[in-house]
Ligand binder design. Structure first.
Ligand code: 5GP
Ligand code: ZN
Length: 113
């Protein structure tokens, strides 16, 4: 989708600090980090929200989750702890409508607000 900012990052039209990339997923540094470690993991294929993948996309979602844990290890926050979250739709706090997973670490996480 040409009007989607994360699709444009996948296409290389908008630069990003890439942490990991393969045929299916891309992980890159959040432009406005909310923690010392703040990486976004996205499927290269456009899904607007977590409501959109289907059963056949389970391996893709599982791969993203496992990669988040792996990146947490690489960034040395796995043992101390970290948070993985998927904001979904406006009431869930989603601002960019291309499915993404936040990996946050390196500080104490508080609350769930
Ligand atoms: P959401 O609120 O949709 O869950 O999170 C969107 C995230 O995308 C925010 O943390 C925001 O800082 C990040 N973001 C928005 N635009 C860009 C961009 O152009 N590049 C990068 N790297 N991150 C972005
Ligand atoms: Zn997109």
């Amino acid at each position: 989708m040409s009007d989607c900012i994360f699709c444009r990052i996948v296409a290389g039209d908008i630069p990003a600090k890439v942490a990991y990339e393969d045929d299916d997923i891309l992980a890159f540094e959040d432009i406005s980090p909310k923690a010392p470690v703040h990486i976004l993991l996205i499927p290269k294929r456009h899904f607007a929200t977590l409501n959109d993948p289907e059963g056949s996309d389970a391996p893709l979602l599982g791969k993203m989750m496992l990669k988040a844990a792996e990146l947490a290890g690489e960034r040395r926050v796995a043992e101390a702890g970290y948070r993985v979250l998927v904001n979904t739709n406006p009431q869930g706090g989603q601002e960019v409508f291309h499915l993404h997973m936040h990996l946050l670490g390196g500080r104490q996480m508080v609350g769930m607000g």
